[in-house]
Ligand binder design. Structure first.
Ligand SMILES: C[S@@+](CC[C@H](N)C(=O)[O-])C[C@H]1O[C@@H](n2cnc3c(N)ncnc32)[C@H](O)[C@@H]1O
Length: 355
């Protein structure tokens, strides 16, 4: 029953879950920025600070937009679109361990950034076993996508980058799924998440639809291994190491395909192939939901931030991503573009395969 007291309890529970988390990751971000400033002041950083020719939002605007995102997240919970979220960052010991992994790696990331070296992971052992575009130290991170340490560090890196709002943004891909699944028996549907990484989005999917048969696919053994551990208690879940350019699943077998924060990591030609594959495995009437960074012009005040972002992090395909016409691309793959919704620094793009 929806009473003022039950609404108050829900809001309190939401705040109790989310605020300490934001403080934890925003605190990491503050320390990270101080270290970067000190590196510049002491001459250990010779790279000029990232610049943009167009305006970028100030801190106040960023915090206001983070607040709007959290309000939307809570409104979705109150509307019954998904349950009160559990971000499952692990015990204090786990969080401290991951925090140490994050800070311990900063010096190496810094050195790689200074040398503009992103080819470390392309070596005798890896060459030919993964596509060349994949064998890079994305974000200058140690191990690229290839090592267990990288997988254990990844979620802290992403949450620090977004000051603790990465999962809240990921959850904004759930409303179009809710709309698509409403009135249907979740046990008879199938969802596939492309580039599932460490499984954080699938965790959110499973919180909303525990009995929904779900598949996760990623090209990294290490990230899929981490996802299996993180999601070990979930049922009806199948995690596959494979290339999203050639999904090893039958045509017309999925009711929904999702891909979160992955499109900007792919070269333009690969992006097209992957969306074509998503369209192939969708059933007629099925839905594709992409969630990734804002694109240029979505929120013009943020364009400067989008321009600066790839100057600090090794993001070789981001520049092409921010101008990609996903609606036109999807149409060429036989999909219909339904809508885009922005959420802080992310956007959700919804496409349907005609029945
Ligand atoms: C930025 S991470 C996003 C991970 C996750 N979806 C999330 O929400 O954080 C990009 C992921 O895409 C995966 N990836 C990149 N290219 C791929 C490909 N061709 N096929 C499958 N996975 C790929 C990487 O291994 C990595 O786990």
């Amino acid at each position: 029953m929806d009473t003022p007291l039950s609404r108050f309890s829900l809001r309190l529970a939401y705040a109790t879950n989310q605020l300490p988390r934001l403080a934890w990751y925003a605190g990491h971000d503050v320390v990270f920025r101080r270290l970067a400033t000190r590196a510049r002041e002491t001459g250990r950083s010779r790279r000029p600070p990232a610049q943009s020719s167009v305006p970028a939002p100030g801190e106040r605007r960023i915090y206001a937009d983070m607040f709007n995102l959290l309000q939307q997240d809570l409104a979705n919970v109150e509307a019954g679109i998904y349950p009160l979220p559990h971000d499952r960052d692990g015990s204090l010991a786990t969080r401290l361990y991951r925090s140490r992994l994050f800070f311990d790696d900063l010096a190496e990331v810094h050195e790689r950034r200074e040398r503009n070296d992103f080819r470390e992971v392309r070596n005798e052992e890896t060459r030919g076993r993964r596509p060349d575009y994949y064998l890079q130290n994305f974000h200058f991170q140690s191990g690229g996508w290839l090592t267990e340490d990288s997988a254990d560090r990844y979620d802290t890196q992403v949450e620090v980058l977004f000051k603790g709002t990465a999962n809240a943004m990921r959850r904004q891909a759930l409303p179009p799924l809710h709309e698509h699944f409403t009135g249907r028996d979740q046990r008879k549907l199938r969802l596939l998440d492309l580039g599932c990484g460490t499984g954080r989005f699938l965790d959110l999917v499973k919180q909303a639809w525990p009995r929904l048969p779900s598949f996760g696919l990623d090209l990294s053994d290490a990230y899929v291994h981490h996802a299996r551990r993180h999601l070990r208690r979930r049922v009806r879940l199948n995690l596959i190491v494979a290339n999203a350019e050639a999904i090893p699943l039958p045509a017309a077998s999925m009711d929904a395909v999702t891909s979160i924060f992955t499109m900007h990591e792919l070269p333009p030609g690969v992006r097209r192939t992957v969306i074509g594959e998503a369209a192939r495995v969708l059933k007629p009437g099925g839905r594709l939901v992409l969630l990734d960074s804002l694109q240029r012009g979505d929120v013009p005040d943020y364009d400067g931030l989008l321009e600066r972002f790839p100057q600090n992090y090794h993001e070789p395909y981001y520049k092409s991503y921010v101008t990609e016409d996903f609606a036109a691309l999807a149409v060429r793959c036989g999909l219909v573009h339904r809508r885009n919704v922005t959420a802080f620094v992310s956007k959700v793009m919804v496409f349907d395969k005609p029945s």
